[in-house]
Design a protein around this ligand. Structure first.
Ligand SMILES: *Cc1c(COP(=O)(O)O)cnc(C)c1O
Length: 375
């Protein structure tokens, strides 16, 4: 028997029936189900604007690109970011021709407001916050810092579909929040994402930017009749970043079960925590107070991480690491040594298997192995 880190679950018949609608209608691209899913997402989250994309990565890129041109930022301008993330977060800053500046993380493995505060200068134009594993960490403090210094806040919410704080879904107070519905996220499709801007004008503009800069309003106004569909305007160099109806069809089904799925994830986490409670060789990364986490991950810290990983593998248990300190990568080595907490975490963290096919017996098995081999 093996226990994998992530195994996505799909309501197959329901997904197929939504996809069938696309095939029967002859509409698999932009529009139809993408519009339906955007509405469902806005209803579910209470976030006012949402545009469906082909990934979270392109959404992060677009957020920086759009703000850069809107506010006239230059290649000297800086974005404060975390070294402990999937590399998309930091690549997005570079895609937009801005400078990543790495701040350190706290015990939640999220950006530490104290470290951030020390790095703010006149050049700081934006900050990107990663809600690690679905956790908000000290997001509220970061938000206050950003507001006080007129810094645009981008939330990389790739792990946060369904995360609520004091009963309210995350994402509506950032200047842009970007979700991921990639194959192994907690709302899995195959590849897709959602960008949610705070301002209506940004949402309007991003809809053009994700379709080559084409302004559909022109033909929507003049030629809904059909004869002048080619009479659109192209206002700027946009991209091919929008999502499609097949992915949206899957997402519509997955969203219906998101709350149930997330509460099962939290139950798995509770069982893990019960096992590790009182054992000081294993520290479970805490969830911030008031945060109902999507629980995309359950992360622990141990001193003998690499050895423990191998021991678990030998028993058919395959955990993961989220993430390697990005300043260990050649691309970001210019910042090596600047974030000691992230560097330490990077050596100690393990994400234990967490998915909907697991049962309590699997959690028991994995936990007992961890306790047996952790030093
Ligand atoms: C998965 C992930 C992304 C990228 O999401 P895609 O939809 O695959 O582009 C970005 N940031 C974090 C933190 C992620 O985990």
């Amino acid at each position: 028997m093996t226990v994998q880190l992530f195994v996505p679950s799909f309501r197959i018949e329901e997904c197929l029936s939504e996809i069938r609608e696309c095939l029967e209608k002859g509409w698999t691209g932009l529009g139809f189900k993408t519009a339906e899913f955007e509405t469902a997402w806005k209803d579910y989250t209470g976030i006012p604007h949402a545009h469906f994309l082909n990934s979270n990565t392109v959404g992060l890129h677009l957020a920086f690109q759009l703000f850069k041109s809107k506010y006239g930022w230059t290649s000297e301008d800086e974005v404060i970011t975390t070294p402990l993330t999937f590399v998309s977060t930091n690549h997005a800053i570079l895609y937009a021709g801005l400078k990543p500046v790495f701040a350190d993380v706290d015990e939640y493995l999220c950006l530490d407001p104290e470290s951030v505060a020390k790095l703010i200068t006149d050049k700081t134009k934006a900050l990107i916050f990663v809600g690690m594993g679905g956790n908000v960490g000290r997001y509220q403090k970061i938000l206050e810092l950003c507001r006080a210094h007129d810094i645009k806040l981008v939330l990389d919410a790739a792990h946060m579909a369904g995360t609520r704080v004091d009963g309210k879904h995350v994402g509506s107070d950032a200047d842009a929040s970007v979700f991921s519905f990639q194959a192994v996220k907690n709302l899995p499709t195959a590849d897709s994402g959602m960008i949610c801007f705070k301002e209506a004008e940004d949402d309007e503009r991003v809809r053009k930017l994700t379709w080559l800069g084409i302004n559909k309003d022109t033909y929507a106004r003049t030629a809904a009749q059909g004869a002048y569909k080619w009479m659109y305007d192209v206002e700027e160099v946009g991209y091919k970043f929008h999502g499609n109806s097949i992915m949206a069809a899957m997402a519509i089904v997955q969203l219906k079960y998101l709350d149930i799925d997330n509460s099962f994830r939290r139950q798995l986490a509770v069982w893990y925590r019960q096992h590790f409670d009182g054992h000081n060789r294993v520290t479970v990364v805490p969830t911030a107070k008031g945060c109902e986490s999507a629980q995309h991950l359950l992360q622990i810290r141990v001193k003998n991480r690499d050895m423990l990983m191998l021991a678990l593998n030998e028993h058919g248990v395959y955990p993961g690491v989220h993430y390697r300190d990005n300043t260990d990568y050649r691309m970001y080595a210019f910042a090596a040594g600047t974030c000691p907490n992230a560097a330490a975490a990077s050596q100690e963290i393990i994400s234990l298997p967490l998915h909907l096919r697991m049962r309590k017996a699997d959690v028991d098995l994995v936990s007992e192995l961890v306790l047996k081999y952790a030093q």
